[in-house]
Structure formats: structure tokens, C-alpha cells
Design a protein around this ligand. Structure first.
Ligand code: ZN
Ligand code: ZN
Length: 128
């Protein structure tokens, strides 16, 4: 009957993680949409043009590498194709522009055997 005890904690953590992720995705979508409206759909590095569904391969790069810096005039943005963007970030992390890939397997490891359970039994044994 008390199997639910540990769930609340991990549930809350799941919720927080989901919230943060959702928030980031929403923010990325917004500035991406704005950048796409503002600039021609051309990679600023290789000059490839994009249209229709292909525009998925066009990503927003932040010139100062700070994705929290999103001035309304778009001065910190640059549209780059995923290849040039990859190049641009080859030294540091590229996670910034992955707006669709979420790591598979969102499950947490099951905490089947918990070391404390046996410890508790031990203590209980001593007491009685
Ligand atoms: Zn390019
Ligand atoms: Zn970038």
C-alpha cells in the first residue's frame, strides 16, 4: 500500500525537466520563426537557398553564441544551414539548434533494490 511513496519525488522532477525543456523549445521556435520572417531563406555561409519543407534545414545561429540574447532587430541572428551551423559549433556543443531531437528513452532507471531497505531491516532487527 505504500508503494507510491517514492513516486512523487521523481514525478516532480520529471515535471520540472519537462517544463524547462518545453520552455526552451517554445523560445527557440519563437526566435526561429521571427528570424525566418526577417531574413531571406539563404544560408549565410554557403549561400544555399531554402524553400518549402527544406527550410527545416535552415537554423538560427546566434552570433555571440548566447541564445538568450535575442534582440528584436535580429542583429544577433544568422541563418545557417545545419551543415554550416555544425561547422560553426564544431568546437563547442551543438545542442543549441536541435529543436526536434529529444533524447530517446526518457525513463528513469528503476530503483528496484534500494540499499536503505535492507539497512532499515537491520536497524529494526537490532532494536527488537
Ligand atoms: Zn550552409
Ligand atoms: Zn549557433
Amino acid at each position: 500500500m505504500s508503494s507510491k511513496k517514492t513516486r512523487t519525488e521523481s514525478d516532480r522532477l520529471d515535471h520540472i525537466i519537462a517544463e524547462v525543456r518545453h520552455d526552451r523549445e517554445r523560445r527557440e521556435k519563437t526566435y526561429r520563426g521571427r528570424a525566418l520572417k526577417m531574413f531571406p531563406w539563404i544560408c549565410a555561409r554557403c549561400g544555399r537557398e531554402f524553400s518549402g519543407k527544406k527550410v527545416r534545414e535552415l537554423t538560427v545561429h546566434h552570433k555571440d553564441h548566447n541564445h538568450d540574447n535575442n534582440p528584436p532587430d535580429g542583429s544577433n541572428w544568422e541563418l545557417l544551414c545545419i551543415y554550416c551551423h555544425d561547422n560553426e559549433h564544431s568546437r563547442d556543443q551543438v545542442a543549441e539548434w536541435y529543436d526536434e531531437t529529444t533524447p530517446a528513452g526518457g525513463q528513469e532507471p528503476r530503483s528496484g533494490n534500494r540499499p536503505f531497505a535492507s539497512l532499515k531491516d537491520l536497524l529494526k532487527d537490532k532494536k527488537s
